[in-house]
Write a protein that binds this ligand. Structure first.
Ligand SMILES: Nc1ncnc2c1ncn2[C@@H]1O[C@H](COP(=O)(O)OP(=O)(O)O)[C@@H](O)[C@H]1O
Ligand SMILES: [Mg+2]
Length: 239
């Protein structure tokens, strides 16, 4: 049985359908990349999986239970957490206090230290997020999502705006989270180096629907996928 499964998952905004009858099955332990042109519905899909937005139709099952109507707090409790495409850090709090907030008031100083060490910010606990390099800020966001010990981690463009070196560190970090902590991961990403190094499979969204799914090399060679990127004059994400 997959750890996560969606059946006919749909989200509309008025007459516009942002996520359109998506069937998605993710086995425990997998790293799955979700790609697609701008506006394809990737972020809305993560909002539906994390409980930030309720779906207009379809179902979401996690670990054998129907969580379609479980809100974001309930999903965190069940083991689904996420990072955001746009920064969610509190700039006026220290790095360590940002992690404490992510633990929702649970006093667990060993966990704060462990999570900061894991993302390489053990020495930066007393700093404030604006004092960190961009890549470190993004790694802190991953630390916040990781703090409550999720089984499923949802990452929305974690390498956006990163240098090559920072992206390399992110690849190493995500690999450790998956292999050492055993966390299943859905990652919305454009960077093909990261996708090819980390993802077992890719799901391609286009206009809210699943256009293709398969191993990275298969998907990169898929004519419909190439057309979805190239046909609209968009950057082909290295495909
Ligand atoms: N709250 C909202 N209200 C109306 N339209 C929205 C809302 N959120 C997203 N959309 C639309 O849904 C589509 C998919 O958006 P999004 O999931 O952010 O795309 P992307 O694949 O780039 O992450 C876009 O056309 C966007 O404008
Ligand atoms: Mg997005």
């Amino acid at each position: 049985m997959p750890l996560l499964e969606t059946v006919g998952l749909t989200r509309s905004f008025g007459a516009f359908t942002a996520v359109d009858r998506v069937d998605f099955a993710l086995p425990a332990g997998e790293v799955r990349a979700v790609i697609g042109p701008n506006g394809a519905g990737k972020t809305v899909f993560l909002h539906l999986l994390s409980g930030l937005l309720p779906p207009s139709g379809g179902r979401i099952r996690f670990d054998g239970a129907d969580v379609t109507r479980v809100g974001i707090v309930g999903r965190v409790r069940r083991g689904i957490t996420r990072s955001f495409q746009i920064t969610s850090l509190f700039p006026n709090l220290t790095v360590a206090d940002n992690v404490r907030i992510a633990l929702r008031g649970r006093r667990d100083e060993p966990r704060v230290r462990e999570v900061l060490d894991l993302v390489g910010l053990g020495g930066a606990a007393a700093l404030h997020p604006p004092e960190l390099a961009h890549g470190d800020q993004r790694h802190l966001e991953i630390a916040l999502a990781l703090a409550p010990r999720p089984r499923l981690l949802l990452l929305d463009e974690p390498t956006a705006g990163m240098s090559l070196g920072e992206t390399g560190r992110t690849i190493t970090l995500i690999r450790r989270i998956n292999r050492e902590a055993g966390v299943t991961i859905v990652i919305v990403e454009h960077d093909m180096r990261l996708i090819l190094e980390l993802a077992q499979r890719i799901t391609v969204l286009d206009r809210g629907a699943v256009l293709a799914e398969g191993a990275p090399r298969e998907v990169a060679a898929d004519a419909r996928v190439r057309a979805a990127y190239l046909g609209r004059g968009r950057h082909a994400a290295g495909l």
